[in-house]
Design a protein around this ligand. Structure first.
Ligand SMILES: [Zn+2]
Length: 263
């Protein structure tokens, strides 16, 4: 899928989690619902950090281009080191390491660690990166016509404002993890969720996605998970834009209403 569909599905998934949380007695304060949806929308672009023309690889200028090159090389090395006889040879790392559940859990856990050890600046850094990505993903071409610097400024100011709102008592810094010292531990959850939703989205497209690595399926450790061939579609096709994106918006709206106990 392309950026906007990935981001929309990430946001909708978090609103769905909000609905499930409300149903089980862990109702999210509204800032957790909003910030989590934005983080998940941003995180849903992150697995494509292994592809140099992806939104995320262009989002932070030379910095993200450099990280992208390293991630691509690392992914390719891990692919070669762990492939079984059934896995094909490949030239680059796209859609390998960063498109697995292991990666999703690792970056989510890493973000949670930064959030609880890094204090306010750690939280601001996580918010900034994901808000910039959310703007790139959700606004897409509209963000592209303006300059990178404007998008970064928008990300920085909204990160500052949202962190200020979350910090107020009762607004959800300690949502789900309530012990002292666990404030913002939950920030890793929308990051794991966004990455997994990205992988599922990619699995629906033509080439599938090796989500289960390193668990072997048959003679493949990098088995490209996906539905039967007839049900798959090309990235950016009409199915994605005319069917999936409106569906994500409706599901997100229903999820948000249920999360706020409106329905
Ligand atoms: Zn992808």
């Amino acid at each position: 899928m392309m950026g906007p569909a990935h981001s929309l599905s990430g946001a909708a998934a978090w609103l769905g989690v909000g609905a499930a949380a409300a149903a089980t007695g862990y109702t999210m304060p509204w800032p957790v619902l909003v910030v989590g949806a934005l983080i998940s929308a941003g995180a849903a672009l992150a697995p494509d950090l292994d592809h140099k023309s992806a939104t995320i690889s262009r989002a932070f200028g030379p910095l993200s281009r450099g990280v992208c090159e390293i991630v691509d090389k690392l992914s390719h090395a891990v692919y070669k080191a762990t492939k079984l006889r059934g896995d094909s040879n490949r030239n680059g790392g796209h859609r390998t390491l960063t498109h697995t559940w292991v990666w999703a859990v690792l970056i989510g856990a890493g973000a949670s660690a930064i959030a609880i050890t890094g204090g306010r600046w750690g939280v601001l850094a996580i918010l900034f990166v994901h808000l910039v990505l959310a703007v790139e993903g959700l606004l897409w071409r509209a963000a592209r016509v303006s300059s990178d610097v404007l998008v970064w400024l928008l990300g920085a100011t909204s990160a500052w404002i949202l962190a200020g709102i979350l910090d107020k008592p009762g607004n959800g810094a300690d949502w789900l993890f309530t012990d002292p010292g666990q404030e913002y531990l939950w920030l890793g959850l929308p990051i794991v969720l966004g990455a997994l939703v990205h992988d599922i989205g990619d699995a629906l497209t033509v080439s599938g996605c090796p989500i289960l690595w390193p668990i072997p399926l048959g003679r493949k450790r990098w088995y490209p998970i996906g539905p039967p061939k007839v049900m798959r579609f090309k990235a950016g096709s009409w199915v994605e834009i005319k069917v999936l994106m409106p569906v994500f918006m409706i599901l997100g709206g229903v999820g948000a209403a249920a999360a706020m106990n409106v329905i």
